[in-house]
Design a protein around this ligand. Sequence first.
Ligand SMILES: CCCCCCCCCCCCCCCC(=O)SCCNC(=O)CCNC(=O)[C@H](O)C(C)(C)COP(=O)(O)OP(=O)(O)OC[C@H]1O[C@@H](n2cnc3c(N)ncnc32)[C@H](O)[C@@H]1OP(=O)(O)O
Ligand SMILES: CCCCCCCC/C=C\CCCCCCCC(=O)OC[C@@H](O)COP(=O)(O)O
Length: 254
Amino acid sequence: MDALWMVSPLLLVPLLLWTSSTFTFYFKKFFYVAWMMFLALLAIPMSVVKSGGRDIENMRIIRFLVRHVKYLLGLQIEVSGQEHLQLQGPYVIISNHQSSLDVLGMMEILPDRCTTIAKKELIYAGTVGLICWLGGIVFINRKKTSDAKNVMCDAAKTMLEDQIRLWVFPEGTRNQQGDLLPFKKGAFHLAVQAQVPIIPVVFSSYNSFYHRKEKQFNSGTIRLKILPKIETKGMSSDDVSSLADKSYQVGTSS
Ligand SMILES: CCCCCCCCCCCCCCCC(=O)SCCNC(=O)CCNC(=O)[C@H](O)C(C)(C)COP(=O)(O)OP(=O)(O)OC[C@H]1O[C@@H](n2cnc3c(N)ncnc32)[C@H](O)[C@@H]1OP(=O)(O)O
Ligand SMILES: CCCCCCCC/C=C\CCCCCCCC(=O)OC[C@@H](O)COP(=O)(O)O
């Protein structure tokens, strides 16, 4: 009986830990990274068997494997404006960028033959880095503008030659303030060089369920709003700044 009295408070420890929101925050974050690394480990051989190497078609495998992850984190994803993605041929998708959780929303709506532009550091993220490479993700060095511009100019040609769509985060970094950082120009040069439309996608703020500073990661809903395309046909590099401004206005007012 004495022993039971000693043990029972100890049994409360895991329960208290479980209910502590800070514990939940770290647990969910750790689980998310570990699970994505594991899914990437599955996706690597699947991609090699399917395509034999780096190929945009591998994005289908990534999309398929990632779609259930929202349920494991207690998240729901609601999409509106899906009809705006029903376009033939290449286009550039632009969206705001809050966190690595954006990958969940991205995979919810990712069209076929669509990959993304990412910072080159991501390639070193173990299995995730390798699957990103296999999925045809275009890596840029943000610290070397001229290199990044060259890579993006090549991407504009490849988009047309291989009928590829590209997803770019024009803020160029993550931002959780609930607003939009000033846009970098690369996405707009890309769309003008390829003469393809831009489709803006707005992710709702994660602040209702996710706070990095306060260590909160609750259940919640991510709302994705796909907006009508912005045409770039006939535009030249002189029009890039006004195109970026227009896209920014569209993003902030949605
Ligand atoms: C199964 C399990 C799966 C596991 C899981 C898988 C996950 C699979 C999904 C992964 C998902 C990843 C998601 C990552 C997300 C990020 O990594 S976000 C970070 C990387 N992305 C970006 O940076 C966005 C693109 N960046 C840009 O566009 C920037 O413009 C650049 C190209 C980097 C240059 O940046 P900058 O020099 O800082 O700034 P900027 O003012 O834009 O440009 C300087 C000048 O160059 C000019 N310029 C810029 N670009 C160009 C261009 N292309 N041509 C000509 N001139 C240009 C500008 O016009 C400007 O000149 P002025 O107009 O002032 O005269
Ligand atoms: C052995 C290395 C271990 C590294 C582990 C990290 C792996 C990440 C694992 C799971 C998350 C899956 C989603 C990955 C894609 C998220 C990419 C991302 O969000 O990159 C940040 C970049 O947009 C902007 O970076 P900064 O805000 O400028 O900085």
